[in-house]
Write a protein that binds this ligand. Sequence first.
Ligand SMILES: NC(=O)c1ccc[n+]([C@@H]2O[C@H](COP(=O)([O-])OP(=O)(O)OC[C@H]3O[C@@H](n4cnc5c(N)ncnc54)[C@H](O)[C@@H]3O)[C@@H](O)[C@H]2O)c1
Length: 256
Amino acid sequence: MFNLEGKRAFVTGGSSGIGYAVATAYAERGVRVVIADIADASHAAAKIGASYVHCDVSDEDSVAGALRAASDLLEGLLDIVVLNAGVGDVGPELKDTDQALIEKVTKINYWGVVYGLKHAGAVMNDGASIISTSSMAAFINVPGAAIYSASKKAVVSLTEMAALELGNRSIRVNCVCPGYTDTAMGSAEEGRAICEAFTALGRPATVDDMSGVYVFLAADASRYMTGQALKVDGGWSCGPTSALLERITGSATAPG
Ligand SMILES: NC(=O)c1ccc[n+]([C@@H]2O[C@H](COP(=O)([O-])OP(=O)(O)OC[C@H]3O[C@@H](n4cnc5c(N)ncnc54)[C@H](O)[C@@H]3O)[C@@H](O)[C@H]2O)c1
């Protein structure tokens, strides 16, 4: 059910963080992987026996070209496409957010997934799996993160729409919504403090806490799942923790 041997995968944003952990987890399971990233990942890819193609996800031609190049490199249609590239820029309140941040986050996080979903089908096998990276920020808002949260909510919506449109080819489309994960995007120190208070599990995620979910969504084990957003957030979205309640009210349980 979890066998991925011999499959072909394309992972955007695969040069670091969650994307690299996913590419590594696939490669370890016998998947032939192409990493697509704006940053040169030739060396990182070679280390895990993968290949690298340049791709700027905010540019439609670049995304379509990278998907075709991956299929050519791997000599066949793709079985797994992971649309994971993203930026985590946050700013002041919405009224003071500058246009450059709005455009950057929207183009990479939202349009990047639009272009991936638009062009992936042409180079994928029927029965394949597309997995995008959204965020728990799609469900829980934090002041200053309006554009980021909206871009990640858009990924959930696009996932549902693409699942409907590609279902007739048995291509499944799902997204992962990570909680605070220790990568270049955020400092471990901030993440730990926030997660100790806000998550049931009391800690930030590591990239390896994420990669297993991408293995599951690529594998036959999830074959009847499509159009879903999986929250992998240590329980952040469940509600306030006992520790947080105690800090605010002095009692670890709901006020009677
Ligand atoms: N780290 C977290 O706490 C967290 C939480 C929720 C969601 N996410 C999401 O996870 C995904 C991966 O982020 P990460 O935490 O691994 O951060 P990261 O910075 O390590 O990885 C992001 C990757 O995207 C690439 N990238 C950026 N702009 C690009 C572009 N225009 N074209 C192609 N590639 C581009 C970067 O080069 C990098 O390899 C992102 O979509 C992010 O929004 C991260």
